[in-house]
Design a protein around this ligand. Sequence first.
Ligand code: ATP
Ligand code: MG
Length: 486
Amino acid sequence: MNLPPQLPDLPLFRTIAEAAHELGYPAYVIGGYVRDLALQRESKDVDVVCVGDGIQLAQAVGRKLPNRPRVTVFKNFGTAMLPTPDIEVEFVGARKESYRAESRKPEVEAGTLEEDLARRDFTINALGLSLNPNDFGALIDRYNGVQDLQDKIIRTPLDPDVTFSDDPLRMMRAIRFATQLNFDIDPDTFDAIARNKERIQIVSQERITVELNKIIMAPKPSYGFKLLFASGLLQLIFPKMAALQGVERRGQHAHKDNFYHTLQVLDNVVEAGADLWLRWAAILHDIAKPPTKRFDPKVGWTFHGHEDKGARWVPGIFADLKLPLGEEMRMVQKLVKLHLRPIALVKETVTDSAVRRLLFEAGDDIDRLMTLCRADITSKDHQRVARYLRNFDVVEQKLKEVEEKDHLRNFKPVITGEVIMQTFGLSPSKAVGELKEALLEAILDGKVRNEFDEAYAFLLELGQRKGLAPQPAGAAGTAPSAATQA
Ligand code: ATP
Ligand code: MG
């Protein structure tokens, strides 16, 4: 850490100071940029607050910069953005805000620097560095933000009930920053989240999901989910996930707590370098365990079909959370559906045919599926985990061999529906689909190689068994033959 934070000696800051001075506006670098200077994190943007008109200041700065960048003005917000080669600078006039109970949209009025700092979310985000000639670079720290950075604490500058009730999104932000930075949340602040959790309902799902995805992208997302659960927020924003928590016992049979298991799997895929969507697949892989839970006196707890039900749930969950509904969603859905398959291969003797089928179904997502499945091997018994992982290596090796041999990852049968129709003079019909399916099965079973001559010979054989005669060359694809009508 770099405490107290120091303003880097950039010409940009001198220029802003000069322009602010000419306009007679006290100006400060404030918020996330100052925090990130202390934490030695990279920042994407700088926020400048002036006691005056932020848009005017931005325009004055723009005129002074060598390449005269274009200022983008957001009139409704009273802010202006100035792109510079290194970083974007956002200008705003100091403001005070008052909130109404039913909305998180504040009434905004011009205010003093003190008022502006008081409406910030956390003490570590309420630090400023002066851009004024008389004390250029001086630290403004009204709420002991530097101490909280030192102690790694997230705390609201004002009474947390006021801060959170004013803008309930801050509850998500508190947990997001704690997770990203690996900070604790001050107990009074945390208690206030639990007390005010219901207020999250007035926040749009889009904004909640932005914070949720930032938690998920943190180095150890399980921490954030534990905070969300402990505060009661998770139960409101993602009840299906909260429902994974808990253990039920009958006699000596107890199942594992699927919430903590899911978090372990999530952290495991993160360790393996997962992107956002593989992380989502980890979160959702067991999501349908609660409704599929049964007790069987012979074998104990079962969750039969949870992978299929979970996969069916994925579109609805994505829609509710306002996550994108395209390719990413389909990939997550596929991973949820297939997540038991590689581990099932560990238990059986691995046949080429089973491996081929898995490769065919997983397609390009096979590597992600294997990462998820490996991450899914959790147990308190380390020897058991190690044994499973060793067996898993065997499956992975086998996958590699079969893939190299048969290239099933982007597998397309060499015999297309077109070829089938032409061969037997068929028009699109159930018969064509059945032939295609039978060919695919034979190839996946390894009875026939996916190579034209061999597959074509097999097709003729299949046709013969069904009483289909090949069409003479030239007549292909014309009127349906007698055979189809039969
Ligand atoms: P990051 O850019 O990593 O999300 P940040 O702290 O820069 O973190 P921004 O959303 O860019 O967050 O906001 C910049 C600053 O504006 C914050 O540091 C904080 O001082 C203030 N701020 C942002 N959102 C809120 C909010 N909902 N309530 C109060 N203050 C806020
Ligand atoms: Mg920022």
